[in-house]
Design a binder for this molecule. Structure first.
Ligand code: NAD
Length: 465
């Protein structure tokens, strides 16, 4: 006989485990099927471990610049094994936290590989055998895997971000293909650890999906720091060769072919939805042209009683988006009409140095959509706290509609941008006007003042510039 649940989550990553908590809160008998560890990519191979490395990288950079802060510090060096231990300790602590949440909310965790037998039946296979469960409602939250380049499989010298996190020593040199979030974060942290970094991006700027002023400015800052960052680079995939100790490849940059050699190649060209071997074909759930599961704004797949959330549905492949999609799906299943998902209020963040945070439309997209755009820009150089922190690079850019008084987008390159974007996200969520953000009293001296000033700037009334 099989167990029957009100809600089954297939996958216990950032989307699945949060959805499970919400389902349990709503009184549903809930199960999560997870083949590895609860917390998924974000906790074990993504957001959390990379941010631990980035924190040490940031501290290394500050220490190496000690004289600028009025400190005399003898030569600093990264103790990589100790850093990995710190990373493991933090990940383990957060993992225990999720396990606690599952217990607290009486969620059944089934450890094994789940395969759908139909839209409401999951077979869970583990070393201990197989078990079949029924779910009145099912949420597919199987996540994604790192994409490889055609004809260039991952291996000991060709790494995905997973492979980079498994290294036991800091590489002396690395070539990174792709300057999205993964590429920029690893380029930044390896450079701060003393690695010779080459970053190759096919698009005309780094972070090409951000507002058009962000990538070029980040490129200038990376170059000034000593990172060999090349946008508009055409990597010849056929030229990639590996030996036991190194990788070589050729790329055309500004019409000139250059040969690169490094200890490792990190491929950071996006993530593919995990839809293979899940048994989707038994459910009637459809894939879109990008190979992701097609859903509506409440995460419905079109098959009665089946939702999908997180990286497997595409869109912004971000942990916080997955978690929110999970809550939306479960509340929809419970019949309490959640607000539909709106990509315009989904914040993005890249944790390189300086950080990038953004929400809503870029200036270019706003113009393309016919808005009467007004832009306010405030540089961190004019902010006291940024100068005190020694982080004067970057700016806050507010894109507003002068006719409707709407904030269309906010784009931040600079210190703590990933945190600062939260205020802009709340402002957009509450439909605040630039004047309301600008007239909100921001504590002084803080980095937050830059957001208020940029908002006033969109109205032509910034006070400190
Ligand atoms: P991405 O899609 O964000 O960026 C990939 C980049 O690779 C693009 O800029 C693309 O133009 C470039 N590219 C593709 N093929 C190339 C080639 N042959 N040569 C040179 N450049 C090439 O993917 P990612 O950075 O791998 O990240 C994967 C996903 O994970 C993204 O959705 C990202 O948002 C998410 N992520 C988020 C964070 C964060 O929130 N801080 C961190 C890491 C990853």
């Amino acid at each position: 006989m099989s167990d029957t649940f009100d809600m089954v989550l297939l996958g216990g990553g950032s989307g699945g485990y949060v959805a499970a908590v919400r389902a349990a809160q709503l009184g549903m008998k809930t199960a999560v099927v997870e083949e590895e560890k609860l917390g998924g990519t974000c906790l074990h191979r993504g957001c959390i471990p990379t941010k631990v490395l980035l924190r040490t990288a940031e501290l290394m950079a500050a220490v190496q610049d000690g004289a600028a802060y009025g400190m005399k510090i003898p030569q600093a060096a990264v103790d990589y094994p100790a850093l990995i231990q710190r990373k493991t300790k933090i990940v383990d602590q957060l993992h225990r936290g999720i396990q606690f949440l599952m217990k607290k909310n009486a969620v059944t965790v089934l450890n094994g590989r789940g395969r759908l037998r139909d839209a409401h039946t999951v077979e869970v296979m583990s070393a201990h055998g197989s078990q079949t469960i029924q779910g009145k409602n099912l949420v597919i939250a199987t996540g994604s895997t790192a994409r490889s380049l055609p004809g260039v499989p991952f291996g000991p010298r060709v790494l995905s971000s997973d492979g980079a996190l498994e290294l036991t020593a800091v590489p002396q040199s690395i070539v990174i293909i792709g300057a999205g979030a993964v590429g920029c974060e690893f380029a930044s942290l390896y450079h701060d650890f003393g690695t010779r970094v080459t970053l190759l991006e096919a698009a005309p700027t780094l972070l090409p999906l951000e507002d058009q002023e962000i990538g070029p400015e980040l490129g200038r800052i990376f170059t000034r720091r000593g990172i060999a960052a090349h946008a508009g680079a055409r990597v010849d995939l056929g030229s990639i060769r590996t030996t036991d100790a190194s990788v070589t490849l050729e790329a055309e940059i500004q019409g000139k072919v250059t040969r690169f050699e490094a200890d490792y190649l990190l491929v950071a060209v996006g993530r593919a939805p995990r839809v293979e071997d899940v048994g989707l074909e038994t459910t009637g759930v459809k894939l879109g042209p990008a190979g992701t599961i097609q859903v509506d704004a409440r995460q419905r797949t079109g098959v009665e009683g089946v939702w999908a959330i997180g990286d497997v549905v595409g869109g912004y492949q971000l942990a916080h988006v997955a978690a929110h999609e999970g809550v939306t799906a479960v509340e929809d299943a419970a019949g309490i009409a959640p607000d539909p998902m709106d990509p315009n209020v989904e914040p993005r963040a890249t944790y390189c140095r300086p950080e990038v945070g953004s929400v809503g439309l870029s200036e270019k997209d706003a113009r393309a959509q016919g808005h009467e755009v007004s832009v306010g820009k405030f540089p961190f150089r004019a902010n006291g706290r940024a100068l005190i922190h020694g982080d004067p690079d970057g700016f806050v850019k507010v894109v507003a509609d002068a006719r409707t008084n709407d904030i269309l987008g906010v784009h931040i390159l600079g210190p703590s941008a990933a945190d600062l974007i939260a205020e802009a996200t709340l402002a957009k969520f509450l439909d605040a006007t630039p004047l309301e953000v600008g007239h909100t009293i921001h504590p002084h001296p803080t980095l937050t003042e830059t957001v208020g000033e940029a908002a006033l700037g969109a109205l032509g009334i910034a006070l400190n510039i």
